[in-house]
Design a protein around this ligand. Structure first.
Ligand SMILES: [Zn+2]
Length: 446
């Protein structure tokens, strides 16, 4: 049977050349040039979308909406902080008449709730939301210097934060302007505020406490962060629970059934025209449903996360849809998030019933590859070969035992910088470059 060997080894060589995972430089399918072009979504604009309805885009990390009523105004979302809220209030002063009667929060995220006191002024408006108080997330301490918003990324490498130009780079995060809701809405409800009849509709999606504000006469909907011009961030990597795809899909169906003529998102520019709104929202729903269904099917076949992320994909048409480019969320993180949420942390490999710690693995592996010096030398070679993730892993073999090793920190910082420079997904890019900046701080070689 020796005559089969050359063919087999040729095949093996070809397969290795194609699929060696560590040779893949970047993870997402968005280029930095594409992310840079995406910054146009954040340009400052006060847009009148219907009679008496304006949206302020790009003045802050999130949009603020003004609805003019008969005897005052309604504000929907408030920007992240009083500083940026004051700028928007000044812009609104050119069109608004009368006191602020109500402030709606579309959801509890701090980039939408932090400027309320500025809009409230001395008007004592109702504060209406789908939540009573903001749950303090468990979060993850800043131990690795990581940050999806890239607050500490050097200007020369920073592009944007995916759904906003920046968050926390110009004004540090603060809850100084937050006002607690005075009225909580958890079921669909029609109300009249400032002489405006509107409907409040719970639409859990990017946040579990999301509500949409629907103006039936104008067919305008403010839908918070449930539809943004990016693939949705279903499974955030910043240390927050997965946003359940099923309820997000149901909320998008609810929005579609209203047949809105204008959709006002929490970030970036509005969508106008019933056909346009329908096209975007339906594609968004189809993308979430497709990835969810493919992941669940693969799980039922026994596929583990590493296999699932290779096979679960958007259709070419959805992947190319400008509203589904992976500037912010990614398909891969959604797949991993669904797996962990549905099947737990364990992937079924018996080796990992009680996983060997990274530190124990490194202690046994390092002597096999020439100790610290061997790992660093191999890492430097990997860096030269463009195997940046492998270079970072080799640095980690040293750092897990000695977090102060200067050569390993330098190697990892340069590997992450190369990954970040090539990455067009804002969260991944900012994460890589934030940790690289953190590692480089006390590095005498940089
Ligand atoms: Zn937001």
């Amino acid at each position: 049977m020796s005559h089969h060997r050359p063919g087999v080894s040729l095949l093996l060589t070809a397969a290795l050349a194609v699929v060696t995972p560590s040779a893949q430089a970047a993870q997402s399918d968005v280029t930095p040039a594409e992310l840079r072009a995406h910054s146009a979504e954040f340009r400052r604009d006060l847009i009148r979308v219907a009679d008496g309805v304006w949206i302020a885009v790009g003045y802050a990390a999130s949009n603020v909406i003004l609805i003019q009523g008969k005897d005052g105004v309604i504000i929907v979302d408030t920007s992240p902080n009083p500083t940026q809220a004051r700028t928007i209030r000044t812009v609104f002063a050119t069109v608004a008449k009368g006191p602020v009667r109500a402030i709606f929060y579309t959801h509890s995220h701090p980039d939408h709730t932090g400027g309320a006191s500025v809009f409230a002024g001395d008007d004592h408006p109702q504060i209406i939301a789908g939540f009573a108080g903001v749950r303090t997330p468990i979060g993850r301490p800043d131990q690795d210097g990581a940050d999806q918003f890239g607050m500490k990324v050097p200007d020369a490498l920073y592009i944007n934060a995916g759904v906003q130009q920046e968050y926390g780079r110009e004004v540090p995060p603060t809850d100084a302007g937050y006002l607690a809701p005075t009225r909580v809405v958890t079921t669909r409800e029609t109300m009249t505020v400032a002489g405006v009849t509107l409907e409040v509709i719970p639409t859990p999606g990017e946040a579990g406490d999301s509500i949409s504000i629907w103006l039936p006469e104008k067919r305008v909907i403010a839908s918070g962060d449930d539809v943004l011009k990016t693939f949705p961030n279903i499974a955030p990597i910043r240390g927050a629970p997965m946003r359940p795809p099923g309820q997000w899909i149901a909320s998008l169906d609810t929005i579609l059934a209203l047949d809105p003529a204008v959709l006002l998102p929490g970030h970036m520019r509005p969508i106008t025209g019933a056909a346009e709104v329908h096209g975007v929202v339906a594609a968004y729903r189809d993308a979430i449903r497709s990835i969810n269904d493919q992941t669940l099917s693969g799980m039922k076949r026994g596929e583990r996360p590493d296999a699932l992320v290779r096979t679960v994909k958007l259709t070419p048409a959805l992947a190319a849809n400008p509203w589904l480019r992976q500037y912010y969320g990614t398909v891969e993180w959604m797949v991993r998030g669904i797996y962990a949420a549905e099947l737990g942390w364990f992937d079924g490999n018996a080796t990992d019933v009680f996983p060997l710690s990274a530190r124990a693995r490194a202690a046994d592996l390092l002597p096999m590859i020439g100790g610290k010096a061997g790992a660093i030398a191999a890492g430097e070679a990997a860096l030269r070969d463009g195997k940046y993730r492998w270079a970072a892993e080799l640095a980690d073999l040293v750092l897990v035992g000695d977090g102060t090793d200067v050569a390993a920190k330098s190697l990892k910082a340069r590997a992450l910088t190369e990954l970040g420079k090539r990455e067009g997904n804002a969260i991944a890019r900012n994460w890589y470059l934030s940790v690289a900046a953190h590692l480089s701080k006390d590095d005498p070689r940089r």
